[in-house]
Design a protein around this ligand. Sequence first.
Ligand code: GTP
Length: 602
Amino acid sequence: TPIENIRNFSIIAHVDHGKSTLADRLLEITGAIEVNSGKQILDKLQVEKERGITVKAQTASVNYTYKGIKYLLNLIDTPGHVDFSAEVHRSLTPCQGVILIVDANDGVQAQTVANFHLAVKHNLVIVPVINKIDLKYANPDRVVNQLETLFDIKQSDVLKISAKLGTGVSKVLDAVVERIPPPDVCRDKPFRALIFDSWYEKYKGTILLIYIKEGSLSLKQHVVSMYNKKPYEVRTISLLRPSEEVVNKLFAGQIGCISCNLKSSNETIIGDTLHLKDYVTEPLLGFKAPKPMVFSGLYPIEKSEFEVLKTAIEKLILNDSSVTVAMETSVALGQGWRLGFLGLLHMEVFMQRLEQEYGAHSVVTTPSVTYKAKIFGKKNVKQYRTDMISFNNPANFPDPNIVEEFYEPMVLGTIIAPIEHIGTVMNLCFERRGIQQMTKDIGHNRTMFQFLLPLNEIIVDFHDVLKRVTSGYGTFDYEDSGYEPANIVKLNIALNGKVVEEFSTIVHASKARAIGRQICEKMLNILPRQMFEIAIQAIVSGKVLARENLKAYKKDVTAKLYGGDVTRRMKLLAQQAEGKKKMKMIGKICVPRETFINLLKK
Ligand code: GTP
């Protein structure tokens, strides 16, 4: 296909506005898949099918004939959830345009706003599409007005479709051909390509998804990655249509897969440039690596499963380059890792994939963001080389006596909710220490809010609570907004006066008491009784903020508990003996590995 007949585009939208459904229809129209061959062809992963969300961006190269001319369309399906925005960023790199979908019923939502700005930032042509016009109460004209007032989109440019029924879908492809320019690439130069995704396959090893910017690439040629400078022989080349189609050569403008005997995840990085061996060249302008925002320790549930988990993590991060990994050890949980994620859903999906795709079971410690601390003067503290330190692990919380000021990461959150929920949304944001920036009526009975919020306050349950208080209508997206001074403290949990490091968390001083109380209560329920009473305390800087007493284990109590069922009691004792190996002693107290795991579970 000549370069001028290639179109590279992506479909972006708020979650559930119909990206995957439209992608399926587009594949059907172009004959890439059969009509009704099953739903959501591009959502391949089990977690995507179960959760009904797209996690990984997927690519499909299809042919489309427009006014008698054959075009090659490279379509990249992207996830909608904010936690996977790294995937969206990445997917936009080879694109010259996007289809921006908006649900005719819901109108513009938080991620629509974020996606629109992202497309503008990348200089992409936007094809605005209103989807689900078949819905009974759909009001496409109202959404058209919204697009005009919010984004300056011309009414006449907006397409109205039903991805479900196929209404108007071919017009979308026509608009892609007409409005989106061909890629800016060159075939008369030596080969250069951008690696923009990778994954692991059992027999071929690592597969690289590349966008060829210059020249062409054939089988058996040797490519070098700028990152590790090693040459690799190209063993297989294929196009994703969307199932793999083996080809002998790739040309500039195309997106294709190659395998070249890369074995481990650290031999390549997403965003890296590939070039031919013996041709010295410059790296292509890549994209900024996404910055993980949420960190957790990850440990095998059984210590014996360490190796399984290790291999699983290595393979999975090949396919999810936004996760960062470092080793970590804990006295109770053993050898593990500290992983960085873009958000909590990202973390949950990663864990689920570890389990479903690799059979690896794990437990994660309470997530934390990255804090900073300014250390007093120069004179002191040999252990820190600079006077501004960062930490995301409670174990590395600096001694408050040497800290001049703590800082926490902030985000600019955009919330869109129905007008009747203004009060609830504001209350929620204030409760989360939010600072109001802007409130605006955006038509369609919706209000848009912008709040500066501490990241720490939104990572765990903000999105869920927002959904709950707005009957499911509120939507949320956020972007990085630097650091602000914050009164943070390390909250320790002590058993009979002995601090259990694994249970420590970093919290805002104003929330320490409430969170401490919660942990103590939970601990009371999951820690097994012992021969003596145990004081469970939440402590900040030596001050006890909350306390629960776990009564000593007494005969009459157990008799009541187990109703005199001897076999049950025996079984329990046997289980306990088995569990002895997996206990940690905190002073004289046995804390089973299970207690750690249960406390960390939600
Ligand atoms: P994520 O991948 O999670 O970001 O979602 P998505 O944007 O890909 O949405 P998806 O295609 O999964 O569609 C979400 C829901 O909307 C599904 O239940 C679809 O069946 C439904 N849907 C999509 N398009 C239409 C449409 O044109 N009309 C109607 N009535 N429903 C639609």
